[in-house]
Ligand binder design. Sequence first.
Ligand code: SF4
Length: 418
Amino acid sequence: MNQAETAVMQQAFTRAGYQIVGFGKPADLVVVNTCTVTAKGDTETSKIINKIMHINANTKIALVGCQAQTQKEKLLALPGVHWVVGNAVKLELPAIIKEHLHETLLLTPPIPRTLFTMPSAEADDRHTRANLKIQDGCDFYCSYCEIPYARGHSRSREFDDIRQEAETLVRAGHQELILTGVNVGTYNDNGRTLADVVRSLEMIPGLLRIRISSFEATTFPVEMLPFMANDHKLCRFMHISLQSGCDKILKLMNRKYTTDEYAEFLLLAHRTVNNICLGTDVIVGFPGETDDDFIVTRNYLQELPFTYFHVFSYSDRPNSKSRNLPNKVTPAKIRDRSQILRELSRQKRAHYLHNQVGRIEKVLFEQKKNGWWHGVTDTFIKVKVESSGHLHNRCLPVRLEQVSDQAMLGSLSTNEDE
Ligand code: SF4
């Protein structure tokens, strides 16, 4: 979602007459769109500021986004930081800077909980597949999570505003749109749901793929499963946050499902959508997670048909309820458990990829690196092919031939080199 919002901010600065340069180049002004979902996100902000100051000690820095919203005073004290601007107003940053060019500013007004509109990114120069924000905020209050404090209550983007931005992005050449939000399954504009958004976007000529970035298991409109199964534009891909495979820990996390309910949904998706890619997030080392609880999670992940998982190390966040829970897990144990799950994820992905050998899948190509064109399938397999043609932003059938690390090597099944 930060990427979607960064693209919008970039457009706003361009319209205001700024020249955008890549990160690491000398600049008069640097905008850092911060993340605070883990302690690592916070550390990253300090590291980036040090890098920026190293390149040019006279740069003025604007810190915006989630960490800016929750840790404002602390951030304003960092070297080079002139403006700290929260989530409610960050998209108006060029105007805010113009008005407060010669003063430091801390601006983090409360975030309204109403439907919203936002300016269009028009085109996302840095991505072939464009992010499209449809929702923000969350009311679930999982006990470890800082997001409801950083992004406020759940609220949805106006239906017609989404459609308009989607059309603009497609006109600009984007053929895949990734629907993003904090909790996209809770999308609701006067009764219109995520399924309605997808149905509406499917009608846009020139749009080939719609991908849902990630969602909560209890929120997915199941009527959308046949969309994925029956060659619609909706990608055969689901990233369904799990966080723990142990019911005791899920309860402490204040998650809204049991492991049985989650498994039932996952297996339904797996049965309904042929060859679907199923990913998830897991947190290791939540307070109170014993060795036995961890093994329960590992076995759960092992047994279910996941393709991969992202593993996060638990860290206390400033507003999270879990910071007050007893029985904290030691960093050494968190490291060991992460490593075990990352290895399991590698094995699971390798297994999924081996099952793809011999298939012909459409690949949307993004860039050429070291002589190979890189792209992705709708099932989110990274594919590399050798070709002397110019394949950028083309969606072409590829025969998947060989697994190479966490990606696949393939060959074009049409002759694009001629
Ligand atoms: S669902 Fe839970 S983890 Fe996800 S943003 Fe909301 S509170 Fe955070």
